[in-house]
Unconditional design. Sequence first.
Length: 221
Amino acid sequence: MSVYLCCLRFHDFCYRLMTFLFLALLFLFYHIYAYIELTPVDYFPTFAIKFMHWPVKDVSLLMSVFFGTHCTGRFLGVPLSFVLRPRTMIIINLFLTTIAYIILLPVQSLSELLWVSAALSGIGMATTFATTVLWTAESVAISGRVSSIVVSGCSLGSVIQPQIVGRLFDVPAAGGPMSMVYVLVTAALLHIVLYISMLLFVFRCLADQRRPHSQQGPEMN
């Protein structure tokens, strides 16, 4: 019996360790999400006026397109959540945001791409936050501590993001205003890498570890 209890405790320790590592990846995922969500809101107007030399009225329309598609994406996310799994919705969102920012690389020669990027990024990030929480709930119980990890990741990202993008904006060696595009593309690609890492972690580690916990429900308290 003592051997059985030792094995059970060791398995429980391994499960908690795997859950901790998963939540660390989740923290990084939401940290990068802050860059993807806040950079267009904060710096698209400055980029369009200072770098693209757009008139203010066009910049106002640009941000209306961004927030309009963002609102539409959240509205459509409700009925879509009944027919699509959270994992599928996240993959679609990551694909849309990555395309939205990659197409900005040649924006200097084709300024219309900024309109397309605003529309795609607005709808692409609309449901990422909530859908990732739903997907996480399939692997670990959403307790107060898990929620604090999500909020902390976003909060830390919102503090660091202006320091990175804002400072690089006026550094010619970093590309000047184009550094905003480089940060967005890097963040979008990192977002994909982090989500793939979490998927593999859930399939290969948490899935096996949580089987003995299936009756009592996994929880990270």
